[in-house]
Design a protein around this ligand. Structure first.
Ligand code: SD4
Length: 344
């Protein structure tokens, strides 16, 4: 092979070429403001965030409002209505991060309705990033948050009673099988993904990232974590660089699924670094998913992890280990749920 030919092949194989190529192929055009959220129940979350983004509000306010919206749902999969740990306690994790890398988080907090707002207070009022457990709760109460009664939501009560029969901790493969698939298709118009029809929803996390009209990125995550986890277990969701990462030069990303696997690869930080190298959001998410699967292929068959990313231009993309990860997008031109591509 002559030297010129070798150089040409080398250039084709380089990440920079792959990145440019995949950006060019990205189906979603440059747009702002925009908000993207994990799962189909990201639709109402996006609607809340959009009220702020569409009136020239900040991405930071928008992601907090979106996360608060789902934390208010009393029999949903996030917030105090979520599933408990193996001791029957609902412990919540949340974080928030802005365009200047300011960030705050709470983990394993109990009886507080809006952990995302406590996370924002940690960011704005303390020199720290992460408060946990009783200390996080104490800080919340000192800052005017109400201690809610310690009761399980009806679905959580039922699921816990069922779980107690065997008391086996088995992380579920998080999927969202959209019920009424045809109806969704109608609503989503040309962007409609092919939804499943059995209506299964078995996840417990909301992650969202937004780009505001002045071009600043922010993100937030809120969750009750993996159902029936050990008391005190913390997943990826409140960990900056795992469940959420924002870098105003490159992009922002969030994750859902088995948090331990995301933490092991500093998942969202990795996704953002791939975007910095020039990869499209979808390719960046795919490369992070591949990193997890490559580490332990057999284990990956039993797991779900989904990444969702937004770059500085307002282009988004997602990738998951398994089928069944969906995400919601709201901008001037779209208000839809997309089905993520998957590796296995
Ligand atoms: C966790 N990543 O606690 C979360 C769980 C999740 O949909 O995303 N469930 O590990």
């Amino acid at each position: 092979m002559n030297r010129r030919k070798f150089l040409r092949i080398g250039a084709l194989a380089s990440p920079v070429f792959a990145a440019k190529n995949s950006l060019a192929n990205n189906f979603n055009p440059i747009t702002k403001p925009i908000v993207v959220s994990t799962w189909a129940n990201g639709m109402p979350v996006n609607a809340e965030a959009w009220k702020i983004l569409s009136t020239n509000g900040t991405a930071l306010d928008a992601v907090e409002a979106g996360a608060m919206h789902i934390e208010n749902e009393i029999d949903c999969c996030v917030g105090l209505g979520g599933y408990p740990d193996r001791d029957g306690k609902v412990t919540l994790d949340s974080c928030i991060m802005d365009h200047k890398a300011n960030c705050g988080a709470v983990a394993c907090i109990e009886r507080i309705k809006h952990p995302v707002s406590v996370a924002r207070k940690v960011m704005e009022k303390t020199p720290h990033v992460l408060l946990v457990g009783a200390g996080a709760q104490q800080f919340a109460v000192e800052n005017g948050f109400t201690l809610e009664p310690e009761v399980l939501s009806e679905p959580a009560k039922k699921a816990y009673a069922e779980w107690l029969k065997k008391s086996e901790y088995k992380p579920v493969i998080n999927i969202e099988n959209m019920g009424a698939g045809k109806e969704q298709k109608k609503q989503n118009g040309p962007f409609a993904p092919a939804f499943f029809d059995d209506g299964t929803v078995n996840h417990d996390t909301m992650g969202l990232v937004a780009l505001d009209s002045v071009g600043n990125l922010s993100g937030a995550v809120t969750t009750s974590g993996m159902a029936f986890k050990l008391h005190g277990r913390v997943g990826d969701s409140p960990i900056i660089g795992a469940g959420l990462f924002v870098d105003n030069e490159a992009g922002a990303a969030t994750s859902t699924g088995t948090g331990e696997e995301v933490i092991r690869i500093c998942g969202t930080h990795l996704v953002v670094e791939f975007m910095r190298q020039g990869y499209s959001p979808e390719m960046a998410c795919k490369k992070a998913v591949e990193r997890i699967v490559k580490r332990d292929k057999a284990k990956a068959q039993t797991l779900q992890v989904g990444f969702l990313a937004l770059n500085k231009k307002g282009q988004y993309g997602a990738y998951a280990i398994q089928k069944g990860f969906v995400f919601s997008v709201k901008s001037e031109r779209e208000n839809v749920v997309h089905q993520s591509k998957f590796l296995i």
